[in-house]
Design a protein around this ligand. Sequence first.
Ligand code: ATP
Ligand code: MG
Length: 375
Amino acid sequence: MWVQALSLTDFRSYEQADMQFEPGVSSIVGMNGQGKTNIVEAIAYLATLTSHRVAQDAPLVRAGTEQAVVRARVCEDDRSVNVDLQINPGGANKVRINRAAATRARDILGIVRAIVFAPEDLSLVRGDPGDRRRFLDEMTIQRHPRIAGVRADYDKVLRQRNALLKSAAGRSSVSMRETLSAWDEQLIEYGTDIICNRQQFIDDLAPFVQKAYEHIAETAQVEVRYKASSPELREALAARNSTQDSVRAALTNDVHARMDDEFRRGVTLVGPHRDEVELQLDEFPVKGYASHGESWSMALALRLGAADVLRADGVDPIIILDDVFAELDTTRRRHLADMVHSSTQVIITAAVEHDVPEELSGARFTVVKGQVSAA
Ligand SMILES: Nc1ncnc2c1ncn2[C@@H]1O[C@H](COP(=O)(O)OP(=O)(O)OP(=O)(O)O)[C@@H](O)[C@H]1O
Ligand SMILES: [Mg+2]
């Protein structure tokens, strides 16, 4: 898949920018702070409705304006789709697909599939469990866009359940327990769906990460494991005949078993919002043991592996490499170039043109103070 045209209005530093791309490699070159990442961030936002840099939408809108618009024409095989996304930090985002208004912004998900690798990704291995959960959600949504709806429903139930637990302030009455239980069915249903999809993603991802790591760095035993919040859930997921039913049963048991603890602690203690991804390199946890270079290679392997998962699903995602070559030595640069150059579209940003390996010489754009020009 590839983006043929991109137009930004009041997005980040851009009042207006219009770009035309070709399949193959495009590099966006410019000095620090000129607006390179802003461009690729816009493409990534179309794919995930989130930014790889900020959790909130407000910074995406040009200072002094109220809304940003990102428009793109995306091609896959011989079809093309026009998407038009209005980002309104004060309210709901609006989406048009081929000029027809979509019911919800998330109807756009699945049209653009993109994998971004950026310096921020070091937090995939060194950051909090929440950073890895975001990766899981982003990827399960790119694979199965309906998960975005399940995720939103789950978050809503979780907020309501947590609000009730907090208001109970450590005490539990019969009526409070009944109200809490009323949320349980939905928590379990959505939670099971999310957990099973994440587990499936990790099962599919792990062999690709092993392969990518060895390709970029060196031979090593790489482990990527989904770690659910309780031993019972982990057992249900690990069983060879694991099914959605067995996971649901384990989650149901957990929810019932932890109710007293939940009233004491004032938060929901079981569910996919407590899960984690374990990463190991030669039997040591990556976080806390791996060197800077190893952590960086691991993060890159996770992203490249994720791209392979989408390819195995039959989708060729747009590969975005934001400012990554400067961090890599020549050998690793070459290995990375090797692994991405056959993608339908690769978009690279770099402050120094020389850092982009020759294998990836393609179309060049330069950005100076928010003005983009094709070189
Ligand atoms: N909402 C906004 N409104 C106006 N300007 C913004 C907004 N958000 C970011 N900017 C500006 O955009 C610029 C950063 O752009 P960007 O991150 O794309 O730079 P870059 O070319 O990728 O730089 P680097 O090489 O350092 O990564 C900064 O000058 C920043 O002040
Ligand atoms: Mg940048």
